[in-house]
Design a protein around this ligand. Sequence first.
Ligand SMILES: Cc1cc2nc3c(=O)[nH]c(=O)nc-3n(C[C@H](O)[C@H](O)[C@H](O)COP(=O)(O)O)c2cc1C
Length: 352
Amino acid sequence: MQGDLSSSWRIGPVEVPTRVVLAPMAGVSVQAFRRQGRRYGAGLVCSEMVSCAGVEHRNERTLGYLRVGADERPLAIQLFGSNPPAMAEAARMAEAAGADLVDVNFGCPVRKVTRTGAGASLLDRPRDACRIVEAVARAVAVPVTVKMRRGLADGSRACLAVGPQFVAAGAASLTLHPRSAEQMYTGAADHRLTAELVSLVDVPVVASGDVTSHARARALLHSTGAAAVMVGRAAQGNPWALREILTGERREPAREEVVAELLLFVRETARELGERRATGFVKKFYGWYLGHGRFPKALKSELVRLPTLAEVTDRLLAIAPGAAEALARLEVEVDRGDEVELALPISVYGGG
Ligand SMILES: Cc1cc2nc3c(=O)[nH]c(=O)nc-3n(C[C@H](O)[C@H](O)[C@H](O)COP(=O)(O)O)c2cc1C
């Protein structure tokens, strides 16, 4: 039954074990975030948007985004760009890196992206957008999906016109975040559009925007006919929200548990990005993990001022000593050989 968030569904041949999808978020969706999302019940996770121009120029940082661990799968790698052949080439590399799906970004509202003719700006140029979908779908054997906003301007209904065209161009699933690009993240996602889109296409539609609880997720599936919900901001530093959204089980984590998850996240991110980059990157996560009334606000301000991750770790273990044991248990769990096909992420450095 579709209302059951714990049931599986498919995008083409790819089986997705639950109807909760972890949203792609630039500056957030690193591998540690995605792996954690899978552990807490997300059936599908997605990389943050990867620039096809960066892939084309073999930009080292961009190529680093094309890393897939076996325990993340199924995983979508999301690409953005405006040039069909470059998007096709980037899609081939994403597939070679192990992506189960290649997602095309027609939703990014940020000017830096839209002024290059990519992201949400393509919703105003459906013919160009369809050429991209066609080129990507021809380039790879894995299913191609599209994530989009409702349109550029407030009140736009462009998604309803272009959605079916994307499907005709080869999209195997559509994700709709029904805010306009102009709206950015203000106002509310208007999921009446999601319901309309569902009625217009015969591929699964994923509903993105303002999913914060099990009750909302169920109601959204019911009212729209979407195949799945996508969770973004609610999952930032809060994997327990994913579990609540999936199962309805509302359990505030113990402080040790929160600190252990944060420390594991910090450790994995340092491995992924390197110590120097990770030190700055993880700062925004402190407030996300330690907020929700879990720890005094002053702790976050204290942590962001510490110059090294070793000092952050020491401070956190001092405030929640039981976290060391919880972290050790977590590390055994995430490294269990029979559950993780590949201990190390596959990198495509030199692979294309
Ligand atoms: C910090 C941040 C970064 C985001 N980056 C991306 C991105 O790279 N690609 C994308 O398709 N959407 C991106 N989004 C949009 C989310 O995937 C999602 O559609 C949106 O946040 C609405 O869902 P929510 O209310 O659950 O957060 C981003 C959102 C946030 C908050």
